[in-house]
Design a protein around this ligand. Structure first.
Ligand SMILES: Nc1ncnc2c1ncn2[C@@H]1O[C@H](COP(=O)(O)OP(=O)(O)OP(=O)(O)O)[C@@H](O)[C@H]1O
Length: 520
């Protein structure tokens, strides 16, 4: 109901203004001033283009067609030489230049109409005595960034707009600019990035990345496991994160796990990562990587033991690190323990033995809630992400949703609103295995990714090339001054004739006979 006795002023009524006579010289002066202002703005916005136009015109006037022709030839030759000598810098500049061209001739050309028809421009009616006109305000494109797959516009929001206002119009903008997909990302306050995806770099199988040169702990925060929709590598931050991969049967969960294991190869070989692998599906899926695994269990009792040991190790480490650091630094003496579980639902929902069920129900949530800081992280795959099968899925900080059967499952895996934000996992074609969406560290925006596909030969090569050190190495005793390389008190260096880590995993666990009790 409109208020009748409010404190708001009465809106101005349209009135007919007095007719004012303006001298011709004043009109001409205003027009010239506007022209000069427009010219200055164009020069300020496009200095390079302006310089090129002026330079070419001057050259043409002085030399005829010869001058510009020679100049163009010289430019082409220099560009070719540059491309041959330093392809990377050439590509960067070429991308920038082509981006400017696209900005002027594609985006700016249709920008006013696009934003007006999508409701992203603002019209304020102004009435005079004779007619009603509108003051129009258009959002400004501040910059463009271009890669092989995506063109991103940084846009300044108009008053009253939020990133959600723009996200709601992403589909309409996609059609205006004939893009394959359009997504909106929030930038710093007052700005958004509007990403127009042109090519789909995920339509083809992604070949595994070279990982040979990864020998630094920093790499554990940037493990290349596939490709992102913008064509960049999909880098996974494993140190300090638990990872959940959900997907229907045949969606390619295995390729995510194997790409991750493969990326960890150099760290496994160097002893700064230990893989503790549980395959409740009988061991067939993961057995090929056994030479890399510090522990490998494929029946429920063994898996329960493995998880109990992981909890014990986590607690001991947490006691030792308390007050020293907030996040464990992996070292050869105290490696990052990566507990890989293929089909975690087999440990949470399908266990019938009451004792095992109790042990598993205790150890898994403990690892997930407390393991991050002391360097015991869990990477798990699941087919059915419902509450009944995976009650603690929110404890995973990185969640990947591959092809899913129902749209409702998307928000279960990636968090509320992910489906509305573009994660259409139910629409992923069955032929695009390994493709999905990832949400990291509480970000609301799902990123479309595809895992690399290491085939059987590649997995065999990886397992062989990055197998565990076979000879037990005598590790330095505790170094109280430095954390890196320090040994946890109570865990002593392990000399072993057959290789300590090897003995604890694939072949029967001989540590019970070989090692003193406190070092197990
Ligand atoms: N990233 C990928 N790129 C291309 N093809 C893939 C990819 N991942 C998997 N595939 C193909 O899809 C098939 C099924 O993959 P995978 O076994 O990893 O699925 P899954 O989700 O683990 O299935 P399940 O739930 O039955 O274990 C593979 O045999 C392979 O042919």
């Amino acid at each position: 109901m409109p208020r009748i006795k409010g404190d708001r002023g009465i809106p101005p009524l349209p009135t007919r203004h007095d007719r004012i006579t303006v001298p011709v010289w004043a009109v001409v002066l205003v027009l010239v001033a506007r022209l000069v202002r427009g010219l200055v703005v164009v020069i300020a916005r496009h200095p390079v283009a302006f310089a090129v136009v002026v330079g070419s015109t001057v050259l043409y006037r002085r030399t005829g067609l010869l001058g510009p022709g020679v100049l163009a030839g010289a430019v082409v030759l220099v560009a070719l030489a540059w491309r041959l000598v330093h392809r990377r810098s050439f590509d960067r500049v070429a991308r920038w230049a082509w981006g400017r061209v696209r900005l002027v001739f594609v985006y700016r050309r249709r920008w006013r109409a696009a934003t007006m028809h999508c409701g992203l421009a603002i019209q304020i009616p102004t009435a005079t005595g004779q007619r009603v006109t509108f003051d129009e305000y258009f959002p400004r494109i501040r910059t463009i960034r271009r890669s092989a797959a995506v063109e991103a516009l940084r846009v300044e929001l108009l008053p009253g707009q939020t990133p959600e206002t723009w996200a709601a119009q992403a589909e309409a903008l996609r059609h205006v600019y004939r893009a394959r997909a359009c997504r909106v990302r929030a930038d710093r306050v007052g700005f958004v990035w509007v990403d127009f995806y042109r090519r789909d770099p995920l339509s083809k199988v992604v070949t595994p990345y070279p990982v040979d040169r990864m020998d630094d702990t920093a790499d554990l925060e940037n493990l290349p496991v596939g490709r992102r929709e913008d064509g960049q590598p999909w880098l996974l931050r494993l140190r300090g994160s638990h990872v959940l991969v959900a997907g229907a049967t045949g969606s390619g969960k295995g390729s995510v796990l194997w790409s991750l294991i493969r990326a960890l190869g150099p760290a496994v070989r160097d002893g700064i990562v230990e893989l503790w692998v549980c395959d409740p599906k009988g061991g067939m899926e993961m057995a090929a990587g056994a030479p890399m695994f510090a522990r490998f269990a494929y029946d429920l009792p063994a898996i329960a033991d493995l998880l109990d040991d992981a909890v014990e190790r986590m607690r001991a480490r947490a006691d030792w690190l308390r007050g020293v650091t907030r996040l464990h630094v992996p070292s050869r003496a105290e490696p990052l323990i990566v507990v890989v579980v293929d089909e975690i639902a087999a440990l949470t929902a399908y266990v019938t033995d009451r004792d095992l069920k109790r042990r598993l129900a205790a150890s898994l949530p403990l690892l997930l809630s407390q393991g991050r800081a002391p360097g015991v992280v869990v990477v798990a795959a699941v087919r059915d992400p419902r509450e009944e099968t995976l009650p603690f899925r929110n404890l995973f900080s990185i969640r990947v949703a591959l092809r899913l059967v129902e749209a409702e499952q998307v928000d279960l895996v990636l968090g509320d609103g992910a489906h509305d934000n573009g994660a259409r996992c139910e629409d992923i074609p069955t032929s695009q295995q390994g493709t999905g969406y990832v949400v990291e560290g509480g970000s609301a925006e799902p990123i479309r990714v595809r895992a690399a596909w290491p085939d059987d030969a590649e997995i065999r090569w990886t397992a062989d090339h990055y197998r565990l050190p076979l000879t037990g190495e005598v590790l330095d005793p505790i170094d109280p001054a430095g954390l890196d390389g320090a040994t946890e008190p109570g865990r002593r260096p392990v000399p072993s004739p057959i290789g300590y880590q090897w003995a604890r995993g694939w072949v029967p666990d001989l540590s019970a006979f070989l090692l003193p009790r406190d070092s197990r």
